[in-house]
Design a protein around this ligand. Structure first.
Ligand code: ADP
Ligand code: MG
Length: 491
């Protein structure tokens, strides 16, 4: 469906500022539809045919059933069938009457209100209402009187407001409660829902004839609307549990504020919900934080234990265990900063590389180069993958260059970690330019702990594949490890 801006550009001669004005009008016209219990249309003359009008917008009331089942937006109508709209446009005055429309069975009450912008009528606001049934209630009469005042503002180009950035979802609606204030701030009228909202704020006395300040509730938004003729919005809280949103629309006539429409909405439940969500997030963050601290404690204990051990083998085993715990801690470090179901894996990779670099007391200088990244991964993929990569990187640094001698050797050890995604899979490749794997090496024979852990994590836990191969001397030698993980489709 075409937007108002698209329709206006393709079908009317309206310039951009005028179209913006109409956009602002339709952003806040649900108020008009509800106050008048009517369907509203926004119409403007067609650019190529002065006797035709195009419907730029349509809105139905929330508090009445609609008269228009059709979607008229974008349709063209001849001026002769819409004489009220046509004369409102040409004469610049409000025209009311009764009409018959092809798509409505009964006669229709029609109001055509000129929409003025920059001293020019740019469109017509059309109100359509079925035959009136029965006497109207006090509320209906008050609503209608407010509607009339707003229509005058539309014709005087003071409604919609230029500053109206407060419209949009979450904005109070008529059904939420209305207070009508006089030009001195006294309450002229309050709907039952508005009265309920005031009760929530602790105002129980009769409000008519009093200002909010007299009633014990100062609302700056109301004062600003009265004093500066600007639409305003403010959330008024009472204790922790009550929050009422005040949306103030000044009523202006002949350049003076003659009253303020205050729309009230009880947003206490929303606030409460927000608080619960915030609380949950804080709790999750706290848990990650504690897990991280506990892992650090475990790793310190293992390190202490390793230092006390006289046997080299025991010490190595304890230090390896310590390193594994630390690689898990790296993931939790990232999680405790940004809790959630997903993690930016790149941050984990950076910490892992640092971890490997300073864990392995390299007998040989080794450089670790990372290319690419895996983007965002689910935490239940990120944690095992991080541990596996830590093992593989450690192996490369630890075993690949043992035959090349000490730091004085010319050969520079390079370990490359390539990370990339390809349709539905995450790929990690670790390549070193070291001595390669021994002839009797087999990934399938479960002997050493490190690769057993890797195999288990990649295949059993992540349902991925891992291959390890020695590269021929001609292509640089060394070991090439490729890990491929299937990624679940993103939720
Ligand atoms: N990148 C590599 N280059 C050379 N040899 C490797 C490499 N990765 C693993 N290996 C060999 O595989 C063996 C098993 O590794 P692992 O299971 O991690 O045990 P550990 O590291 O404790 O020796 C290593 O001892 C080593 O001989
Ligand atoms: Mg190892």
């Amino acid at each position: 469906m075409a937007t108002l801006a698209e329709l206006a550009t393709s079908h009317t001669a309206l310039g951009e500022p005028a179209v913006d004005h109409l956009l602002r009008l339709t952003a806040s016209w649900s108020l008009l539809a509800d106050l008048s219990f009517s369907d509203l249309l926004l119409m403007a003359p067609a650019v190529d045919d002065e006797s035709s009008y195009v419907v730029l917008g349509q809105i139905r009331p929330n508090n009445r059933s609609t008269m228009l089942n059709e979607d008229l937006v974008g349709t063209m109508h001849h001026a002769s069938e819409w004489s009220h709209a046509a004369s409102a446009f040409t004469d610049g005055v409000r025209v009311t009457g009764e009409t018959r429309l092809e798509f409505v069975d009964e006669p229709v009450q029609i109001w055509a209100i000129p929409v003025r912008f920059a001293d020019r009528v740019v469109a017509v606001l059309v109100r359509l209402q079925g035959p009136l049934r029965g006497p109207s209630s006090l509320y209906e009469r008050v609503y209608l009187s407010i509607f009339v005042r707003l229509c005058d503002m539309v014709a005087e180009a003071t409604f919609p407001f230029r500053e109206e950035e407060v419209a949009g979802p979450g904005m109070p609606r008529v059904g939420d409660g209305i207070i009508l204030l006089e030009d001195d701030g006294r309450v002229q009228f309050a709907t039952p829902n508005a009265t309920n909202a005031l009760h929530r704020l602790g105002i129980y006395s009769a409000v008519e004839g009093h200002t909010l300040v007299e009633l014990g509730q100062r609302v700056r938004a109301v004062e600003r609307a009265l004093n500066f003729a600007l639409p305003t919005m403010e959330e008024v809280d009472r204790g922790h549990d009550v929050a009422i949103l005040f949306h103030c629309v000044p009523v202006i006539a002949d350049g003076h504020v003659t009253g303020v429409i205050v729309l009230l909405r009880d947003v206490s439940d929303l606030r409460q919900l927000n608080r619960v969500v915030l609380h949950k997030e804080a709790a999750v963050r706290e848990v990650h934080h504690r897990v991280k601290n506990n892992l650090q404690t475990i790793s310190s204990l293992l390190r202490l234990q390793a230092r006390r051990s006289d046997e080299a083998e025991t010490r190595t085993a304890l230090l390896e265990a310590e390193r594994r715990v630390r690689s898990i801690a790296v993931v939790h470090e990232v999680l405790s900063r940004e809790p959630g179901e997903d993690v930016v894996f790149d941050e984990i990779v950076r910490s892992l590389v640092m971890l490997v670099e300073d864990t392995v007391l390299a007998l040989h200088p080794v450089e670790i180069v990372v290319n690419g990244d895996l983007g965002v991964l689910a935490t239940d993929v990120a944690t095992p993958l991080a541990v596996a990569l830590a093992e593989l990187l450690t192996n490369a640094v630890e075993h690949a260059f043992t035959e090349f001698g000490g730091a004085e050797n010319e050969h520079v050890g390079v370990v490359t970690l390539n990370l990339y995604r390809r349709d539905g899979e995450a790929v990690a490749e670790i390549r070193d330019n070291g001595r390669g794997l021994g002839d009797d090496f087999s990934l399938e024979v479960p002997t050493s702990l490190g690769l057993s852990i890797v195999r288990d994590l990649i295949r059993a836990q992540l349902h991925g594949t891992i291959t390890m191969t020695s590269m021929p001397y001609a292509s640089g030698g060394g070991t090439f490890v490729r890990v491929v993980l299937p990624l679940a489709p993103r939720r």
